[in-house]
Design a protein around this ligand. Structure first.
Ligand code: ATP
Ligand code: MN
Length: 459
């Protein structure tokens, strides 16, 4: 921990001398690891509590774990004992005592309390066992304290760090693009419009900006200076259909790289996925266990991942009983059927050219694109969309027209192709979807603190 924080805390303590020093406390995980001898002090929130006339058994949690403390009437002051009996779950408390090995206690250790102080008495907690998803979502601000949320969010943090580390170690530069934009890159139907007040005076009309669906167009402009770049940012899509894997605000990990071809980008992505999986396996075994995730499934993921063309997948799906023709999109049902028995992710390449104007048509097979999706196994489906970009200015203009868009509205984007255009590739990884897969979660909303969907913007 940074010493600046501690200096600040020490100042605080000087101002409020009754508040104990941070270093005086022990993390619960340390006690459970058997690293503590003699009297210690822990602090946290009451997770479970029950008491009799002479004893109170209080399970306490902090961010590192939970442990039972036994408060005996004969070992603490009368007022402490009565507070210990009275305090409801989620009350914040400080407990002093001696750790003792006890096989009957959850986690194998308990604390025999010599002092029990309630910092704040909680009101009756509105979340009890077995509540509906809707109730938990309405109380998300409180549900974030649950073991499962804490476990998912720790894994999420590892995934963010692993993504960053991987690309930074490959000498990519982290960069940011605007969230207010005026040009769409993923199709108009999922665009969010924002009333953009400032422009009103200039045009005399209401002016709407869009929220960014992807950094794509900005990435390509930024790439010409930095060559290899990545970002971690929210993207916004008005997803009308309700699925287990769509949010309206999701975290998008995007990469763009000059001089790199589609197949080279796919290899880099494989390395990234393996690095993310390995990082979670080395940092989050405890959290995976809390979530009930079968760890061996993650341990068995192996690169290189299998590669199929869109046409091959189409044939395979049709042989499984689907009725699809060239140009059809693969939705959740199709991707589930393709991936439910897989143990590692799979690539699909050469999608039909209708997928988007900035993808590069395959010179050997112009009805398809030099692009790829990566599908996670176990039925999860798409987590990455990527590929090579059109790099000739004339071809790009033609592609924009082909999609029924006006080249004039892509003025600056076309401009960047006019000054030393180069082959380049990139991709977007949905972080929330990736975390959902790694956690073995049945819905993307379980792995983001405050999920946003078409029906929910609170809390
Ligand atoms: P889908 O077909 O599943 O909607 P997409 O083809 O629209 O995905 P891309 O535009 O390729 O997705 O975006 C790149 C990645 O961003 C996707 O592979 C996915 O992991 C993630 N992603 C896209 N839309 C969402 C969303 N609404 N919520 C969460 N993640 C998303
Ligand atoms: Mn989509």
């Amino acid at each position: 921990m940074g010493s600046i924080i501690w200096t600040y805390l020490i100042d605080e303590i000087m101002a409020y001398p009754e508040f104990p020093n941070h270093d005086d406390f022990t993390a619960i995980s340390k006690v459970l690891a058997g690293e503590c001898e003699g009297e210690i002090t822990i602090r946290g929130w009451i997770y479970r509590t029950r008491s009799s006339g002479k004893l109170a058994f209080i399970v306490l949690r902090d961010s590192t774990g939970s442990i039972q403390s036994t408060v005996s009437k004969k070992n603490v002051t009368e007022s402490s004992f009565s507070d210990a009996r009275k305090a409801l779950i989620e009350s914040s408390v400080i407990v002093k005592g001696i750790p003792a090995k006890d096989d009957r206690a959850p986690g194998g250790w308990e604390i025999r309390a010599s002092d029990f102080e309630v910092v704040h008495f909680a009101e009756t907690f509105p979340i009890t066992k077995d509540q509906s998803d809707e109730h938990l979502l309405n109380n998300r601000h409180l549900w974030l304290r649950s073991q499962s949320m804490v476990a998912s969010l720790k894994i999420r943090s590892t995934v963010f760090k692993a993504f960053r580390d991987y690309w930074t170690d490959n000498e990519f530069t982290e960069i940011q693009s605007p969230s207010f934009t005026t040009s769409a890159c993923e199709g108009g139907s999922t665009l969010f419009n924002v009333y953009y007040d400032d422009e009103k005076e200039k045009t005399g009309q209401k002016f709407y900006a869009h929220l960014s669906q992807s950094w794509q167009l900005y990435a390509e402009a930024t790439m010409f200076g930095l060559e290899n770049i990545f970002t971690l940012a929210p993207s916004f899509r008005a997803e009308k259909s309700r699925t287990r894997r769509h949010l309206t605000e999701f975290w998008h990990a995007e990469v763009e790289s000059a001089w790199v071809h589609n197949h080279q980008m796919m290899e880099l992505e494989e390395g990234m996925i393996m690095h993310i999986i390995e990082s979670v396996l080395s940092s989050n075994r405890k959290e995976l266990e809390i979530l009930g995730r079968d760890i061996s499934v993650l341990e068995n993921i192996k690169a290189p991942f299998e590669r199929f063309t869109y046409q091959e997948v189409l044939d395979k799906l049709n042989s499984m009983g689907f009725d699809l023709s060239w140009g059809d999109d693969f939705g959740y049902k199709e991707e589930k059927a393709l991936t439910q028995d897989l143990t590692s992710p799979m690539y699909i390449t050469n999608f039909p050219r209708e997928k988007g104007f900035y993808h590069r048509p395959d010179p050997n097979d112009p009805k398809s694109l030099v692009c790829h999706d990566l599908l996670a196994p176990e039925g999860y489906g798409e987590i990455i969309g990527g590929g090579e970009r059109v790099w000739s200015p004339d071809e790009l203009t033609e592609r924009i027209r082909e999609e029924g868009l006006e080249p004039e509205s892509y003025g600056w984007y076309l401009d960047i192709r006019k000054f030393g255009s180069v082959p380049h590739s990139g991709f977007g990884l949905g972080i929330d979807r990736t975390v959902s897969w790694i956690c073995g979660s049945d819905h993307i909303k379980h792995v983001i603190p405050f999920p946003r969907t078409m029906r929910r913007t609170t809390p």
